[in-house]
Every structure is written in structure tokens, then in C-alpha cells.
Design a protein around this ligand. Structure first.
Ligand code: ASC
Length: 151
């Protein structure tokens, strides 16, 4: 095999060894902004919808809490790929791109608290769910305090 054929087969091997991953498609930067803000909006609606239950204002319904929390965990996977270069704007502060390591850490903190919330919801133990819910709300708030602006 000559050198070029060798390089080509290496390139092909690398290409097909990588897991194929479909990315969300944004035709224009505003589409990425709308996508991430839509995802956050849905997360807020479903997470915030549990607040009365977490405060004891409505009876604890373990199955409902569990399915809402699973939904939030799914939704929480969505926003991050919509913060690419060139999509600055919307409610995002420039710090998202200027301090991207801290932003990634904040997103990762959310995933961690949501994993704990998911595990708590599986247990059905209200006190555990309530504590993990409060931790998750702190993750939301910490990120918003640094990276979200009102328009
Ligand atoms: C919510 C919601 C947030 C967080 C945050 C927690 O329900 O929409 O952004 O909780 O307010 O402090």
C-alpha cells in the first residue's frame, strides 16, 4: 500500500470509528437562540410546576413527580449545543462565551443535581426529593446569576 492509500485508510478508520451523532441543525444564529430559550422555557415550566408540591401546598404524588423530573432531565440535555460560536445574544450574557469553562461547569453542575433528583424521585421518598429539588433550583439560579440577562 502506498503512503496515500495508507493515510486514506487511516482517515476512513477514524471517521467510521467515531460514534455517529446527529446534531441539531440551526439555519441561522437566531434559530439557535430560539432553540435554547425554548428548551429553557420548557424546563422552567416543568420544574417550576413541581414547586407547589415541593412546598407542601399540594399533596405529594410520587408518580407525577417522577415523570415530571424525568422530563426535565431529558429537556436539560438540549440547550447546550445551541450555545455555539456566533450565536451570542438573546438572554445569554457574553460571559457564556468569554468564560466558557465556567459555563460548562455550571451546566455540568445542573446535570449532577438532576441525576441526584432523578435518583431521589425513583426512591419516592418525599424528603429526599424535596432536598434534591432545592439543590437543583440552586444550580439553575447559580447559572442564571452569572450567565443570564434580562432583555
Ligand atoms: C424554576 C425556574 C428557575 C429556577 C430558579 C431557582 O422553577 O424556572 O429558573 O427554578 O428560579 O431559583
Amino acid at each position: 500500500m502506498n503512503r496515500y492509500a495508507w493515510m486514506l485508510s487511516c482517515a476512513l478508520a477514524v471517521t467510521f470509528a467515531l460514534p455517529a451523532q446527529a446534531e441539531p441543525r440551526f439555519e441561522k444564529p437566531e434559530d439557535a437562540v430560539a432553540y435554547r430559550e425554548s428548551a429553557m422555557h420548557l424546563m422552567g415550566a416543568h420544574f417550576g410546576g413541581l414547586t407547589p408540591m415541593m412546598r407542601g401546598r399540594v399533596p405529594y404524588d410520587a408518580d407525577h413527580a417522577k415523570s415530571e423530573i424525568e422530563l426535565v432531565r431529558t429537556l436539560a440535555k438540549l440547550p447546550w449545543k445551541a450555545f455555539g460560536e456566533g450565536t451570542e445574544g438573546g438572554h445569554a450574557r457574553p460571559a457564556v462565551w468569554e468564560d466558557s469553562e465556567k459555563f460548562r461547569q455550571a451546566a455540568s453542575n445542573l446535570q449532577t443535581s438532576l441525576e441526584q433528583l432523578g435518583a431521589a424521585a425513583q426512591s419516592g421518598d418525599f424528603d429526599r426529593v424535596r432536598a434534591a429539588y432545592a439543590d437543583t433550583a440552586s444550580s439553575c439560579k447559580a447559572c442564571h446569576d452569572s450567565f443570564r440577562q434580562r432583555r
